[in-house]
Design a protein around this ligand. Structure first.
Ligand code: GTP
Ligand code: PEP
Length: 285
């Protein structure tokens, strides 16, 4: 782990709270099952790409759900049907299903005009699938949608006086394509004592995960060069940022080079065998 954030005065907020006092809600952006992994289109056909997107998302969301520190996981997507199919196996059994509720996790339609799939209230599980409205496209907008829901979860008026809402909420953004992410990585990020924690990629240019107070004024700046952009954003807001680079948080899977950089035990996983075969084919041709 390499915290080397810029020397800004420490902000106050949940980062100052002990991990046990923090509430943590994860937000995972997952666009759809077809447009992503475009940089692997030379080795994977559309169906294989779709299966890879689902496999990677299952790994990331499953890892977050394994982490006891994470209270719930919101997946923000413009394709809830794909996402539900991809992640349905992670849903915890609900002992007594409420009447008419045959499809946990919840799909929440956040659009003002309802331009999307079904809308339900909060589900009983820790996994919630949130529809990204077509009127708010893009990765940073998807995260804003997630953050707004997290803010409403933290609202004491919504939860009642006895709820744990008085405790600060940390928002953990995690991309859905991190095949080596472990629960230890998640704990390590949450243990960092800085208002903003940026987990950068292996080239130290992007951001794969980001931790910050849910109510902190901070603009998401995901995209090319987002490590620098997020550090600049923290600087602008006068808060300290820590940069973390661990294997599990640094290796995403966008390119053929990323595949080569994956730890051997990750590449050998059964669920990546289709990709492994495709990579072998590509290397032979
Ligand atoms: N909800 C949502 N998620 C997005 C959007 N754009 C990117 N993401 C997600 O953000 C994460 C990082 O995205 P990228 O690294 O650009 O990956 P990608 O879109 O799978 O792949 P490329 O086609 O190679 O860009 C992945 O989990 C994506 O599904 C978006 O517009 N909306
Ligand atoms: C979106 C990002 O990266 P990539 O597309 O490489 O995953 C980022 O690093 O902010």
């Amino acid at each position: 782990m390499t915290p080397d954030g810029a020397a800004h005065p420490a902000g106050t907020g949940a980062a100052g709270a002990s991990p046990a006092r923090q509430r943590v809600v994860a937000v995972v952006p997952l666009r759809d099952g077809s447009s992503g992994k475009s940089r692997l289109a030379t080795v994977l056909d559309p169906a294989e790409r779709s299966r890879l997107i689902a496999t990677l998302a299952r790994h990331v969301v499953g890892t977050l759900l394994t982490s006891e520190a994470v209270e719930r996981v919101l997946v923000v997507t413009s394709d809830p049907r794909f996402t539900w199919r991809a992640l349905g196996s992670l849903v915890e059994p609900v002992p007594v299903p409420p009447p008419m509720d045959d499809a946990p996790p919840t799909v929440t339609d956040t659009s003002a005009d309802g331009d999307g799939d079904s809308a339900e209230g909060d589900g009983p599980g820790r996994l919630q699938i949130v529809l990204q409205p077509a009127s708010r496209p893009g990765l940073n907008a998807a995260l804003d949608v997630g953050r707004e829901i997290v803010a409403s979860l933290a609202d004491p008026a919504r939860e009642g006086a006895a709820a744990p809402a008085a405790r600060p909420v940390r928002l953990l953004v995690a991309h859905a394509d991190l095949p080596a992410l472990t629960a230890d990585d998640v704990e390590a990020l949450l243990a960092e004592d800085a208002p903003v924690v940026v987990a950068t990629d292996r080239t130290r240019s992007g951001t794969n995960l980001l931790v910050l107070d849910a109510d902190a004024p901070f603009a998401f700046r995901f995209g090319v060069g987002s490590l620098g952009a997020h550090l600049a954003e923290a600087g602008l807001r006068g808060v300290r940022a820590a940069v973390v680079q661990r294997t599990g948080t640094a290796v995403d899977l966008d390119t053929l080079d990323d595949w080569s950089e994956l730890p051997a035990d990750v590449r050998a996983r059964d669920e990546l065998s289709e990709l492994h075969r495709a990579m072998d084919r590509a290397h032979r041709s």
